[in-house]
Design a protein around this ligand. Structure first.
Ligand code: 13P
Ligand code: SF4
Length: 357
């Protein structure tokens, strides 16, 4: 293990409980849901707009995105798709860094979001000034940041990565002899370090959803379901990852549910993903990995409070009133574009290599 301990003052980026909102999902009767969907369909056409949604958002939003020719995916493919679509407006249903990434890649487009308060604990836990000071202390290191960061933090980075690309990018950098500053997710960083044996200094951020999965309770659950395969997102703590049959990004988890020869799965990631897992593997059973439930520390209970801020009502309002537009300063766009494009080019070349092989 080459990982070097981070400096003490950067050691604890756990959010205070009052920085984490309650997870509140919109509850609608059938008539209101139908009426809202009809309004949104019309607005999307009138405004040459397209929905790009993350797997953790409400299933109504995912269904509507699919049905209206939009796109539902993980953060890497959301970025890629936004870059390729020729719609004038992208409505990003997810969290703010996803909207900002869409804007950075498509500065000429209007990017709307249902709720601009939809943050991410990793993004909040990595303020640009502290992060920049941290990086300044290691000028000979490449700065690799996870997609779940602000546009300003990306502007300070050499590379952006997502959960689906982090191991490949870091391995590539290690092969070139590079040392790495990694931010913000310490658990994903530890996982990547373990997979690649790269020399990495880790920022100490975490995801309030994934850090709440409980290792002992997972062991107990596995005893009750001995046939179940355990699928884990790498933002989870190492004791959870150790118990996984498969560790992957959200897209990888959905594909595994379809492709693995099992009918029962325990899933350690946001439960919003169950919608696509059930679509991809109908008839299979999906069980939430255990959290502490509504307790002093756990407010999220396997569903991201910020993803839950996306709702049909807010989406209709944003389109109707042209509110909740994402703006990123021009100089930040031009600097943040570099690490994002680097990742997209790298992942396209990897895809090509895999296709040629
Ligand atoms: P993915 O890129 O795997 O979709 O992860 C994004 C995320 O925010 C996970 O918590
Ligand atoms: Fe951020 Fe975690 Fe929510 Fe993903 S699930 S957006 S990492 S807080």
């Amino acid at each position: 293990m080459n990982a070097i301990s981070p400096l003490a003052e950067y050691n604890d980026y756990r959010l205070r409980l009052d920085q984490i909102p309650e997870t509140v999902c919109e509850v609608l009767d059938d008539a209101s849901r139908k009426e809202l969907k009809t309004r949104i369909r019309k607005l999307l056409i009138e405004q040459n707009a397209i929905m790009v949604a993350h797997y953790y958002t409400d299933s109504d939003l995912q269904l509507l995105a699919d049905e209206t020719g939009g796109y539902v995916s993980d953060s890497l493919d959301m970025a890629r798709y936004g870059n390729e679509s020729d719609s004038r407006t992208l409505v990003v249903c997810g969290v703010r860094f996803m909207g900002e990434t869409a804007k950075i890649l498509n500065p000429e487009k209007r990017i709307l979001m249902p709720d601009l308060n939809a943050e991410c604990s990793l993004d909040i836990g990595c303020p640009v000034d502290e992060f920049s000071d941290f990086c300044d202390q290691y000028p000979d290191h490449k700065v690799v940041v996870y997609a779940n960061t602000s546009a300003e933090v990306k502007a300070r980075a050499d590379w952006m990565v997502t959960s689906g690309s982090a191991v490949d990018v870091v391995r590539h950098l290690k092969e070139k002899g590079e040392k790495i500053i990694w931010a913000p997710d310490k658990f994903l960083g530890e996982y990547v370090q373990e997979q690649t044996d790269a020399e990495m200094i880790l920022w100490q951020g975490s995801c309030v959803v994934h850090e709440e999965f409980k290792a002992l309770e997972l062991q107990e659950l596995r005893k009750k379901h001995p046939q179940a395969k355990v699928l884990v997102h790498p933002e989870s703590p190492a004791e959870i990852i150790k118990q996984a049959d498969f560790v992957s990004s959200t897209t990888g988890i959905i594909n595994a549910a379809k492709e693995m020869d099992a009918t029962e799965f325990i899933v350690a990631t946001d439960n919003g993903i169950f919608h696509k897992m059930r679509e991809a593997a109908p008839g299979k059973t999906f069980i939430e990995a255990p959290t502490a439930g509504k307790s002093a520390t756990c407010k999220s209970c396997a569903h991201c409070p910020w993803m839950a801020m996306n709702s049909l009502t807010k989406l209709a309002n944003a389109l109707e009133n042209g509110t909740n537009e994402i703006h990123v300063p021009v100089d930040i766009i031009s600097r943040a574009n570099v690490p994002i494009k680097r990742l997209l080019d790298f992942s396209n070349s990897q895809k090509q290599l895999a296709g040629d092989a």
